[in-house]
Design a protein around this ligand. Structure first.
Ligand code: ZN
Length: 176
């Protein structure tokens, strides 16, 4: 497979993971780790389900990949993730020596690969990564945008319903 085609293929796998998160009501972010054309780690964001702040897609995929490799060093692997990694996940990428990271959409508020910091390309650390950004970025970003849009709509509808119920309850009180 040509590199560009390969990156798209595995990003689609990361998007499949992100969709699993979405069906759980989680922010749709997914990640896969590939070693010699084989996916050795795949995970999606589970922060709400687990109520655990470290259950980001990348971290869980890294844990699986370390188990699969029997090593904390994930040499010759590529990590694909739908959203630019946060500082915690960028740290784990450095710690596990992943040499190549491919991500979809930028995270302007928390991304630490390009947006806020460039943690994966700082020569003061003992490891640097090859970074490819923007693979299927629009599709990855759209999943997030539509998720947050429907979340806002749902919250708005709930608020209106609460107001309606409050008004009804209030009226009942008045008539009593
Ligand atoms: Zn993260």
């Amino acid at each position: 497979m040509e590199l560009f085609e390969r990156d798209r293929t595995y990003m689609l796998a990361a998007m499949e993971e992100a969709k699993k998160a979405e069906t759980l009501g989680e922010v749709p972010i997914g990640a896969v780790i590939v070693y010699k054309e084989e996916i050795i780690g795949r995970a999606h964001n589970l922060r709400e389900t687990s109520q655990n702040a470290v259950t980001h897609a990348e971290l869980m995929a890294i844990q699986q990949a370390c188990e699969a490799m029997g090593s904390w060093r994930l040499e010759e692997t590529t990590l694909y993730v739908t959203l630019e990694p946060c500082p915690m996940c960028a740290g784990a990428i450095l710690q596990s020596r992943i040499p190549r990271v491919v991500y979809g959409a930028r995270d302007l508020k928390a991304g630490c690969v390009d947006s806020l910091y460039r943690l994966l390309n700082d020569s003061r650390f003992n490891h640097e990564c090859e970074v490819v950004e923007g693979v299927l970025a629009e599709a990855c970003g759209e999943m997030l945008t539509s998720f947050f849009r429907s979340l806002r709509e749902r919250k708005k509808a709930e608020k209106l319903e609460r107001r309606r119920l409050a008004a009804e309850y209030g009226n009942e009180n008045d008539t009593n």
